[in-house]
Design a protein around this ligand. Sequence first.
Ligand code: LFR
Length: 476
Amino acid sequence: MNKCSLAVDIGASSGRLIAGYIQGGQLKLTEIHRFDNKIIKKNNHFCWDLEVLFLEIKKGIHQCFRHGFQPESIGIDTWAVDFVLLDENDALLTDAVAYRDPRTDGMMEEVIKIVSKERLYLETGIQFQKFNTIYQLYYLQKNRPELIRKAKSFLMIPDYLNYLLTGRKVNEYTNATTTQLVNAFTKNWDTELLDQLGLNKEMFQEIQPPKSVLGNLREDLIDEFGFDMKVLLPPTHDTGSAVVAVPELEDTIYISSGTWSLIGAENHFPICVTKALDYNFTNEGGFEYRFRFLKNIMGLWMIQEVKRNYDDHYSFAELARLANQETSFDSKINVDEDRFLKPDHMIQEIQRYCEQTEQDVPETPGQVAKCVFDSLAVSYREAIHQIEEIYEREFKTINVIGGGAQNELLNQLIADMTNKQVAAGPVEATSIGNIASQLITLGEIDGLNEARKMIKDSFKMKRYSSQNKLEGFTWQ
Ligand code: LFR
């Protein structure tokens, strides 16, 4: 049996368990298990199915032996902001309501009447997104105050899955920062803010940073799997893990490209200036207390929904190919409007937008896809301008990481629109960052710089520029 560290990486549309290990000075990956993650309707809300997700994690752990691995450690990351509340017997008080649920409509506006936008931003450094945990909790406080009163534990999704694995309850730091309730300077719960909102402080757990050892598996799980392993904390926010795996940060803006496109740079301190607030940039907590200064752009969610609206009749690769043929179609949408967060029908919403803005309405799948890709690239370009304005300098390269790095059409569009070099990869950045963080914790990699060097050495990157255009495009 080979030793490995196991990354559990669950995104909004799929999850995977990946075994990672070092061989000949390089980081190697073996995919153990992959599964779908779907939003379900429960008690009138869009929710995540945590029971199914935990079963899939267990299924993956069982499959390790079949792949010749005995994991030494495991680390979980997922999307951010969502949570569950537990009562005094550690029973669930709430469903895991998904951040795209409209329950938070209007909540941000109410919260900023109590606490000013400036105060919120200056202390937390976090962007204003209507789905942030703070607005979800405020919704509960307003509509189901008894739940907040009864709650003894507030756990974010990876915290809860970690609790199921170990029986230990903590709030991991990188994910906790996305609540907009953590002070960016003390790196702890902003208790003054909790008081102002009247939130029950007791339910928040101790914040623990990545590289913490959470503990061992629960006894019943050791019996079930036939082995024990260490449960470690990587950055449990997927974007936090992904940015650990950005191989080139010098003069580079990264785009973590998945359901969302997260575009930004890494800093050793939060940038909470007025301009950053105006442009709605966030300062999310990262590995070793670095900060991700970035902006959320609607991302591949748009094309995932388009594909779903066509009843999955076209693959992503086909949609990219068809888009590439529509050379003269030129309508663009503002991808960052809330109307695209969870429209009833994405294609119709895009069409309506074009109609309302008096542009040609996309009719064919190629036109719809072209409109989405072009509009995403325009939004990236604008965010890059804003970053350069705030930093008062230019960045040379854009490093696209994550699943979206496989979208060659979009990579080329980014190069063309920005006139910058685009480096694409690694594709499994989130799992790689998760594993690298575990290997640092276990003492097998000597810190973040070493990890990034090893990652650069171990995974191929593909380069794009506006001068050297590709002929055909692929997108797996
Ligand atoms: C990406 C991501 C983003 C976060 C969004 C909602 O998967 O984690 O970083 O803003 O999902 O949680």
